[in-house]
Ligand binder design. Structure first.
Ligand code: PLP
Length: 401
């Protein structure tokens, strides 16, 4: 296979020009701090878009999640139910507060938290008060089921919508389902500020508290007066300028991502593979990353250890590592599926709930492990041309020759 001259990326920033205008405005008016018009505008536009009453601009999605965990009242020793197959940033804030994440397995329909496994977890730990859910790769989770279970058990939802900005479930934007919701403007997300994040909520006092905590928890006083521990988590007005310039392009980015997904779906037909699934009747993803999963009959032998993987290539079959290596050798970037949290050394002793058994058996038979073994993320950058994508598809097809 011939190499791409220019690297084909998984997902990198796509700038349009307005970003520089708003950054320059911040510079020329000297609002080069964590105060300014770009921040207020980005907060206004995002709460309108997502449909929450209040928005607090923050330094990152992770800081938004941390403040959400604090607002939810999570404290030392508390168990918190968390999506299992996700980026570690979803759950790290639970650890910051010295609480204990309990992981809930994934379902095959949307690759998000399995409501049935969640219900099982509540049977064992009915006292749990907080559930952190993610919409992986921009695909909405089964929100009706998850909301009903949380309501029944009197638990509140923290929504990690870092990857799913603009995705909807039954016509409602993700990032508006939880009591506290988080989005991210990290460099590889659907729109970006280079970094940045936001907390969204309908609770006015929570929003005020988050804003106060994010700016070192100063009380109203002539001097630096503190009742609470503070953080330096506020969004920069320069970063906000980039985000402000990106917001008008959110829908354009989503439709390009959708085209990429559909071209993969079409182009990979006939191979023993499927695209990352979504509930077409009830949801519209933002298609942030296109992923594929190899059916059992299409998997060659593959062995995954803690830090490396080996495989035995076979005609008609392949595996994620073979495809990723082939893509890399052609100067294209794919990525493994997020390695589930219950498989991570740091969380080896944490509880885990699946519909496929209990204890060690559960961890061995989890849906998350299966998707991790058979799935991968494909190059999904919106600057990839149709021709480049056709070549990516050819490379993938060649792995099954
Ligand atoms: C990117 C991401 C985050 C963290 O956002 P940052 O802005 O990078 O801190 C959290 N959760 C998920 C699922 C993400 O993909």
């Amino acid at each position: 296979m011939e190499r791409f001259d220019k690297k084909i990326w998984l997902s990198i920033p796509t700038m349009h020009g307005d970003e520089l205008k708003y950054m320059t405005e911040a510079y020329e008016t000297n609002w080069m701090s964590t105060v300014g018009e770009n921040i207020s505008e980005v907060e206004r536009l995002m709460k309108e878009k997502v449909g929450c009453k209040y928005a607090v601009g923050l330094a990152s999605g992770t800081s938004a999640l941390h403040l959400a965990v604090k607002l939810a009242g999570v404290s030392q020793g508390d168990k918190v139910f968390c999506s299992d197959m996700t980026f570690a940033a979803t759950v790290n804030p639970v650890i910051y507060e010295k609480a204990e994440p309990v992981f809930i397995d994934t379902e095959y329909d949307t690759w998000n938290m399995d409501p049935i496994a969640l219900e099982r977890a509540f049977e064992i730990y009915p006292e749990v008060k907080v559930v952190v859910i993610v919409h992986l790769y921009g695909t909405p989770a089964k929100m009706d089921e998850i909301k009903a279970i949380c309501k029944k058990h009197n638990a509140l939802i923290i929504e990690d919508a870092a990857e799913s900005l603009g995705a909807t479930y039954k016509g409602v934007q993700t990032g508006s389902f939880g009591t506290y919701n988080c989005i991210s403007f990290n460099g590889n997300k659907i729109i970006t500020g280079s970094s940045g994040g936001m907390l969204l909520t309908d609770d006015e006092s929570a929003a005020k508290l988050a804003q106060k905590w994010s700016t070192q928890s100063r009380e109203l006083a002539p001097w630096y007066q503190h009742k609470d521990v503070g953080y330096n988590y506020r969004m920069s007005n320069v970063i906000a300028g980039v985000i402000r310039g990106q917001i008008p392009y959110l829908n354009e980015h989503i439709s390009k991502k959708r085209e990429i997904y559909n071209r993969y779906k079409e182009g990979l037909k006939g191979l023993p593979v499927d695209m990352n699934p979504y509930d077409a009747d009830n949801s519209e993803p933002n298609y942030w990353l296109s992923c594929m999963i190899i059916r059992d009959e299409g998997m060659c032998q593959q062995k995954i250890n803690e830090t490396d993987a080996t495989y035995i290539s076979e005609p008609g079959k392949s595996c994620p590592m073979e495809i990723l290596e082939k893509l890399a050798s052609c100067n294209a970037e794919g990525r493994p599926i997020w390695k589930p949290m219950h498989m991570q050394p740091i969380y080896a002793d944490n509880d885990f709930f699946t519909i496929n058994g209990n204890g060690a058996v559960a961890k061995a038979n989890s849906v998350g492990r299966d998707i991790f073994n058979r799935g991968l993320c494909l190059p999904s950058d919106i600057k990839m041309t149709v021709e480049e994508q056709s070549k990516i598809i050819e490379i993938i097809r060649s792995c099954f020759d």
